[in-house]
Write a protein that binds this ligand. Sequence first.
Ligand SMILES: Cc1cc2nc3c(=O)[nH]c(=O)nc-3n(C[C@H](O)[C@H](O)[C@H](O)COP(=O)(O)OP(=O)(O)OC[C@H]3O[C@@H](n4cnc5c(N)ncnc54)[C@H](O)[C@@H]3O)c2cc1C
Length: 530
Amino acid sequence: MAENQEFDYIVVGGGSSGAAAAARLSEKDPEAQVALVEAGPDDAGIDEVLQLNRWMELLESGYDWDYQIEPQENGNSFMRMARAKVMGGCSSHNSCIAFWAPAEDLDEWESVHGAAGWNAENAFRLYRQLETNEDAGTPGGEHHGDSGPVHLMNIPPKDPCGNALLDACEQAGIPRARFNAGETVTNGASFFQINRQADGTRASSSVSYVHPIRDRENFHLITGAQVKRVLLDEGLRATGVEIVDNAFGSPRTLTARREIVLSAGAVDTPKLLMLSGIGPREHLEEVGVVTAVDSPGVGSHLQDHPEAVIQWEARKPMVQDSTQWWEIGIFTSVDAGFDDELPGRPNFMMHYGSVNFDMHTLRRGFPSSENVFCLTPNVPHARSRGTVRLRSLDFRDKPKVDPRYFTDEEGYDMKVMIEGIRTARRIAEQPALAEWRGAEQFPGQDLQSDEELADYVRETHNTVYHPVGTVRMGADDDALSPLDSRLRVKGVTGLRVADASVMPEITTVNPNITCFMIGERAAELIAEDA
Ligand SMILES: Cc1cc2nc3c(=O)[nH]c(=O)nc-3n(C[C@H](O)[C@H](O)[C@H](O)COP(=O)(O)OP(=O)(O)OC[C@H]3O[C@@H](n4cnc5c(N)ncnc54)[C@H](O)[C@@H]3O)c2cc1C
C-alpha cells in the first residue's frame, strides 16, 4: 500500500449511497479532495457484475460478504444475509427493481420519527434529480427526471406466464397498475421499472455515478481497502480512518481534513461505529472495546422484509431469457386481523419469479424442478426488530447479524405472511393461469392451517435482502437514534452516516433507489454545512 494520505472528505463504502454521496460531493465542491474507500474490487470489466441478468450468480460468491445469520428462535437459521463486496455495493449485485418510496413512508420519517427535512417533497425532488426515467415526459410521467445519472426503464412485458399472472391478478381483484407514477399503489400489479441501461448493463451506483467521473481531479477511488475503524481525537472529532488491504496487512491512515461519511451499509456501518467505540456501552465492554460514546441505538432496530415462497410446476415452457428473472410486483392488503397502521399503503407485497427458488425448501424435502414459477410473499412493514453486534473486537470477524424474524409480540409478521400465502394461492387458482399452473410444489396443498403454514414459513423463509435502520436518524433528544436529521453521529464531530442504516422505518417498497436518494441528500447536507 502507498503512503498515508490526506483528503477533505472520506466516504467509506462505495455502495448505493456511498458512491452517490462521494460523486456528488466532488461535483459540488471542486476545491475539496474526496476519497471513496471500498473494501471490494472495482466493478469495471467484471461481466457477471455488470450484466444484470447474471445477478443471481453473485450470491455467496467472492463478491458477497455473505453473513450467516444468528440462530433464529422463530425463523430460518440457515438464512444468509447477502451483502455485496464490490464497487457499487448491493446495487452491483441486486436485481435492480427500482422504486420511488411511497410519499406516506417518507413523510412519516419526519412527522413520526423526528427526522426533520426528510419528507416526500424533498425526497421526490431528489429522485427526480437522480434519474433518467424512460417515462419522463409521457402522460402520467411528468414528475419524472430526464437528465439524472441513473437510468430507469420499464421491463418489456414479454414473459407470457407473467402476462397470464397479471390477468389472474385482475380476476382476483388486483388490477394492473403503473409503478412510480406518483401515487402509492395500494392494490395493483405490474412489470417493474428497473435501473438498467438499454444494453443490459445494470445502472448501479458505480456505473451511474462513478464510472463517468473516474478522471475527475478531486475524486479519488480507493478499492480493495477495508476500513478497520474511525480514528477519534481527544475532543471526539473524527480525524481519519485506518485501512488495510489484506487480513495481515499493516494499517495505514487516511486523514480527513473536514468530514468522514460512513456508507458501509446496514450491517457494516454499525460494525464500524462499534469498532470505533461508538455504540451500546454494555456491549462494547463485553467485547473489550473502549467506549467513546455510549449510543444504545447503534446496531439496534434492524428491520427487514422477510420473504416466503410458494412455487408451482409450469405446464408450458417458461421463458429462457429475462431482464433479471423477477419481473413483476403485486401489492395489496391482506386481512391479518390488525388495525390498519399504514394509512395509504399496502400491508402485503409479492414478487413473481420465473426461476426455481428452492434455496430453503430443498433441505426440508420439498420437491424441486426447473420448469417452474413462484410468488414470494413479503411483509412490507414487518414489526420484528433485530440487532447487529460485534462478534469480537477483531475487525476481521463477521458481525453477529440477528434479524429476530417473526418475533414481534403481536405475531403481526407471521399473520401477514400466512394470509399472503393464501392470497398467492387465490391468484394462482384464477382461470387466466390455468394453462400455466401445475402442481404446487411448496408449501403444497397438504399444508393449509395457520399452524402448518407458520411452521413452513419458519423453516423455509428467506429475505428480500433489505436490512435497514441499524443507525437510524431521529430527533436530537431521542437517545435511541444515533444520528440527528443531518445524518451527524451524535456525540462526536466530523462524522456522518449515509446508507440504508439511517432509515428510521423501512420503505414499503424495494429500497435501493431510496439509498441513492440518501446519498444525494447527504452530499447536499454536507455541502450546506461546509
Ligand atoms: C441480493 C440482493 C438483491 C436486492 N435486490 C434489490 C432490488 O432489486 N431493488 C432494490 O431496491 N433493492 C434491492 N436490494 C437491496 C439494496 O440493494 C440495498 O438496500 C442497498 O444497495 C443498500 O445500500 P447501502 O448504501 O446501504 O449499502 P451497500 O450498497 O451494501 O454498500 C456498502 C458498501 O460498503 C462496503 N464496505 C463494507 N464494509 C466496509 C469497510 N469496513 N471498509 C470499506 N468498505 C466497506 C461494501 O463492500 C459495500 O460496497 C437487494 C439486495 C441484495 C443483497
